[in-house]
Design a protein. Structure first.
Length: 171
């Protein structure tokens, strides 16, 4: 016996009436709600995966830190015999340990006071950076003047079509 599924009427390729427009806006609203749910579910899955990772990684991090301190103690106690001939590292059967130069780090307690001090001394002004850049907000605030400047074009500003379906906040 051949069962036929009733043919579903295809969505109109053009909206011709206000009722059709309302139906399309409704479909858009339903799809947006479904997209929101999918995004929320993905965010929950990512958060759960991060939590599981952090829980699994915490004891391993603690073990690495403790073992590193054990090696640091051995290295410091035997530094003279391990680093001969200007060497900075020691090759072991399972890896390498050694010293490396940490990059210098600048710490400024009060940036405002430092800037004032640098500005006051001509010899120290070279440590002040001056940044010149186009103020795009000012140009957009005066589009008629801005459009007369070579190399400046004001684009957009046209009406943009939008659809905003009615939504009910999820509880």
């Amino acid at each position: 016996m051949d069962e036929t599924v009733p043919a579903r009427r295809p969505a109109p390729t053009r909206v011709r009436t206000a009722d059709q427009a309302a139906a399309v806006v409704g479909r858009i609203g339903v799809a947006q709600v479904q997209l929101g749910r999918l995004k929320a579910a993905a965010e929950v899955a990512v958060a759960q995966a991060k939590l599981a990772y952090e829980e699994a990684a915490a004891p391993l991090r603690a073990k690495v830190s403790a073992d590193t301190e054990l090696l640091r103690g051995y290295f410091e106690a035997n530094r003279a015999s391990l680093l001969t001939g200007g060497k900075k590292s020691v090759a072991l059967a399972t890896g390498t340990m050694g010293l490396k130069k940490a990059p210098p780090k600048l710490v400024v307690a009060d940036a405002g006071a430092l800037l004032t001090l640098l500005e006051a001394d001509r010899k120290l002004r070279r440590f002040i950076r001056t940044k010149n850049e186009v103020d795009q907000a000012a140009l957009l605030a005066e589009p008629k003047v801005a459009a007369t400047i070579d190399g400046v074009t004001i684009e957009g500003g046209d009406d943009a079509f939008y659809v905003k379906p009615l939504t009910v906040a999820a509880a």
